[in-house]
Design a protein around this ligand. Structure first.
Ligand code: UDX
Length: 432
């Protein structure tokens, strides 16, 4: 099918490339001309494992094109995917839909034949109704259908999540439209993925409800981790013990510093805003947000517990600074607040980050980026394992720190308490 993907961020670029891989004829549109120029030569603006190869392969097979001409791209396509950002409006905590509506107006001007408009951006309930209203006029009636098709792609696993989704959610009550979209996803559904057709508003809410539930699950185990620390229980045992119950499930029960990223913080707040609009109190999601905010002070308290009140000239090494492994994304990463705090306390901070130096810390004179783990850790007073990259999972601390007293704050509980004790390492985890 002829697809037009509008927006080439994490969602648009991955979805467009994967749809091309499935044999569709795809054109990806972005208003950023520089970005489009790079994409045409296969240069990818985001760090997503496997994406560069897939883009290059589909350019070679002439299945994917890139353009900043939104009008002709819409005209030549049958299905238009809206994949633009819906950033949080800091004042109202609402999802900012200006880009969605800008694109909708462009579509309205180019309805030269019947088109399906599929919204993949994360949007509050009733946004599909608003898109429909903008498009509707006497001339355009019956020339389009608006569908909600939320994405569930995790950064770092986005391609796998696209090809092996737990479910494909399609929000439309139009049977013909549903048949067309179902045929587009057919290759994935054959892989036992669950194709679920529901109403447009239900599909819009399912996206927020999923992310808010996952965020709640994380805040739940994070708060239990606090109780574990006080009662000498290892939270990893509790995660395992409850996760073996099929109704709970083992995933998303890893205690950590607090959840970050571009979605959970934004989507939980936007869901509360929507609920407030409908005068419904989502008290559990509000508690999830509050618990996560409170948790942001935890790493600081732990560092002072290990190194004392005065951090002046203390050498502190961060292994990883992104919000999770497999991405270069720093959005809402706990390092964003933690490193400037330690810098203000005149500590000497070094960091090794697999995805390279971060602009967020460039202006901090006591913060130094290293290109290898050994140099970053050598003679450090404290090693902080901030992000659970695989290369941090089997370190020989004695060899890389070369100091008698070895302090390790493992924010992702990667190491066994027993082994750390046996190797006489001053080891601190989370919830242990
Ligand atoms: C999330 C959702 O998983 C995905 O379905 C949605 O489409 C987009 O948002 P993402 O934000 O990329 O994906 O990352 P995810 O792997 O979900 O992690 C989010 C945050 O939760 C990270 O800060 C991570 O460190 C934290 N986390 C995750 C935990 O602290 N413990 C866990 O067990 C899992």
């Amino acid at each position: 099918m002829k697809l037009c993907i509008i927006g080439t961020g994490y969602v648009g670029l991955v979805s467009g490339t994967c749809f091309a891989e499935l044999g569709n004829n795809v054109i990806c549109v972005d208003k950023d001309k520089e970005k489009i120029k790079n994409l045409k030569s296969g240069k990818i603006p985001i760090f997503e494992p496997g994406l560069e190869e897939l883009v290059k392969k589909n350019i070679k097979h002439n299945r994917i094109k890139f353009s900043s001409d939104i009008n002709s791209s819409i005209k030549r396509s049958n299905i238009i995917f809206i994949c633009v950002g819906t950033p949080i409006n800091k004042k109202t905590n609402n999802a900012d839909l200006k880009y969605v509506f800008q694109v909708t107006r462009s579509i309205k001007n180019n309805l030269n034949k019947y088109k399906i408009i599929v919204n993949k951006s994360t949007v509050p309930i009733t946004t599909g109704d608003k898109i429909e209203k903008i498009l509707m006029n006497k001339k355009n009636r019956n020339k389009f259908e608006v569908v909600s098709n939320p994405e569930f792609l995790r950064e770092g696993d986005a391609i796998r999540d696209f090809f092996y989704p737990d479910r494909v959610i399609v929000g439309t009550n139009n049977k013909r439209t549903n048949r067309i979209i179902k045929s587009l996803y057919l290759p994935l559904i054959k892989k036992e993925s669950r194709y679920f057709n529901t109403s447009r508003r239900a599909a819009e809410l399912i996206k927020y409800a999923s992310n808010a539930f996952l965020a709640t699950k994380i805040s739940y185990i994070n708060e239990l981790a606090n109780l574990c620390e006080k009662s000498s229980v290892d939270v990893k045992d509790v995660s395992k013990g409850i996760g073996l119950d099929q109704r709970i499930g083992e995933r998303f029960l890893r205690a950590g510093p607090s959840y970050g990223g571009s979605c959970f913080p934004k989507d939980t707040k936007a869901l509360i805003h929507t609920a407030d609009k409908f005068k419904v109190n989502l008290s559990i999601v509000k508690s999830t947000i509050k618990a996560n905010e409170l948790r942001k002070n935890l790493p600081v308290n732990k560092i002072h517990k290990i190194l004392g009140k005065n951090l002046k000239n203390k050498k502190i090494t961060f292994l990883g600074v992104t919000f999770k492994p497999g991405t270069d994304d720093m959005r809402e990463s706990s390092s964003i607040k933690l490193i400037p705090y330690l810098h203000k306390k005149n500590a000497k901070i070094r960091y090794y980050e697999p995805t390279g130096e971060k602009k967020e810390f460039n202006k901090l004179k006591n913060v130094k980026f290293f290109t290898n783990i050994e140099d970053a850790c050598n003679s450090s007073d404290l090693i902080i394992i901030h992000t659970e990259w695989n290369e941090f999972k089997q370190l020989n601390f004695k060899k890389i720190i070369r100091k008698k007293k070895i302090n390790v704050f493992d924010m992702r509980n990667l190491y066994s308490l027993k082994k750390m004790k046996k190797n006489k390492i001053n080891y601190f985890g989370i919830g242990r």
